[in-house]
Design a protein around this ligand. Sequence first.
Ligand code: TRP
Length: 338
Amino acid sequence: MARKVILTGDRPTGKLHIGHYVGSLKNRVELQNSGEYDTYIMIADMQALTDNARDPEKIRNSLLQVAMDYLAVGIDPEKSTILVQSQIPALSELTEHYSNLVTVSRLERNPTVKSEIRQKEFGKSVPVGFFTYPISQAADITAFKADTVPVGDDQEPMLEQTREIVRSFNSIYKQDILVEPQGYFPPKGMGRIPGLDGNAKMSKSLGNAIYISDDADTVKQKIMSMYTDPNHIHIEDPGQVEGNVVFTYLDIFDEDKKKVQELKDQYSHGGLGDVKIKLYLNEVLQGVLEPIRQRRSVYEQDPAAVYDILKKGSEKANIVANQTLQEVRDAIGINYFN
Ligand code: TRP
């Protein structure tokens, strides 16, 4: 049986935060270490440029930051191929071939793209490249014949679009070249971590994130500013656990579930102060982030080594993607000279 293949990636538009860590990075490291997959992890700078064409410097800087975040959380270049999307020309040609199989109205129905268009306030000025990025993402996935795509659930529409393209392609050109991917989603409730302010989403633009690269003092300061229960004024007052970000984080990061339950009980009866639970969360989270920070600092001192990892990964990825492109050209019949 052929080996299973993973392809996943991120847009380099900033440093990664602990929401990325619990929502996907942690998962990827586990999959990588299972040894059951060929794993490709893509820094999707082309996709990032679809709505940042006027600020390429941001993408360029973020590329290195994201690569260091990957290496820091334990993505291992010996086990996973880390590649840079813009350095794989075959992806652009695949995108062009697939564009002919997708209608404008189909793209207009993509719920994730729709909500991004609203959120980014494009109005009538949606860049064509942004509008069509689901097609380019189908190229990313199929170029490596990935069957498994570990992502957050907002990416399901991209996977559905990819499967449709694969089915169209394979049926029109009567070949079984492309592979239909399945999403691999984090267990329900584990994928999302709220922002420091209690907003359901942690994001750079909302300014409510803890970054993987934040130093210990910054993390502590952010935890001390966290949203708890606005009605919990005196220590002896009963406090609300649901929707209290400190407890949500403890549920995610603290292995000691019994201790968390005790704290919750005490908090909801009254007699446990916010400062105390925040200091406890700080201890727990620093324990998770400290080894990551240490690994990151080694790479921060040697960006050339990081670029070298990306270069080698991209070289390897080019071989695979070029092979798929050749098969696609052959299937369409645009191989006149061989
Ligand atoms: N769209 C993804 C995101 O915004 C990034 C991405 C680009 C991706 N290409 C991919 C994810 C291929 C999985 C597979 O996070």
